[in-house]
Design a protein around this ligand. Sequence first.
Ligand code: C2E
Ligand code: MG
Ligand code: MG
Ligand code: MG
Length: 286
Amino acid sequence: HADAAMYRAKQAGRNTICFHEPDQNPASGVLRLEAELHTALAQQQFELHFQPQVDLLNGRRIIGFEALVRWRHPERGLVSPLDFIPLAEETGLIVPLGEWVLRQACAQGRAWAERFDPDLRIAVNVSARQFVGSDVVRTVSRELERSGLSPRNLELELTESMLMHNVAQTVKRLGDLKRLGVALAIDDFGTGYSSLAYLRRFPIDLLKIDASFVRDIGHDPDDAAICACILAMADALRIDAVAEGIETEDQLAFLRDQGCRIGQGYLFGRPVPAEQATALLARGAA
Ligand code: C2E
Ligand code: MG
Ligand code: MG
Ligand code: MG
């Protein structure tokens, strides 16, 4: 499965948590993790963190947040989504988990939009299984209604591979989502396979340039060229671009020079719990 493979690729090279005892069969570790994920959902062990997205042309003002799920595990502490989203995706648990994420994000977005900024955007990651194998349009519509969040405050992040899977169905689904009034973004842009011809047929509002290209802007001319190229293409297609994973002032300067309007990365802020994100908004508003 393309997305699961990508998560594994993302995981490669980092220290991942070992979910099974060393002397156990690894398969039993996976089974245990799967059982634990069910418990986690039932016992509300998941929580959302929020990472700011800032306007690069206007004093780094916060224009929105990406909602990122974490698992507050009773023994292991805070577990990264890279360590459980792939299994949640494989087992189908991502569908109820994704609904929970959407519900929390919409409620939080509504509160922030009312208190701080009627245009604030809340971005939510949608997995392949949610997009292809569940009634995502009904779920999104229901959660918007339940929360009272205006659709223009909600942005859904999809990946290239899930969109290219079945193009006819994708065009229909994206159209249905657009009719709800939400914004649509392609996440990790440049790392999957996408056809530029289809990109034009999809009603996409934003491209998120993958952090892997941003990381080496300073030392790898090819990565710098790819970033510049994506920005030029987005501009020509009148699609906004967000650069992910900005960590340094040099990366920021390059991206801004190339016309990038929105940024996300540790340079502006790490993902933080809701209360800390509220404090960031309050500081900006003051
Ligand atoms: P993503 O959607 O591409 O999210 C961006 C990831 O990059 C986040 O990792 C974020 O913490 C990290 N990041 C942001 N800025 C920087 C930076 O400057 N430097 C570095 N090194 N990293 C940065 P996180 O939170 O661990 O999430 C990893 C992935 O897990 C996400 O990648 C997304 O694909 C998936 N994910 C997270 N939450 C959800 C969710 O609610 N649903 C689904 N389906 N997937 C989720
Ligand atoms: Mg994302
Ligand atoms: Mg992603
Ligand atoms: Mg991304």
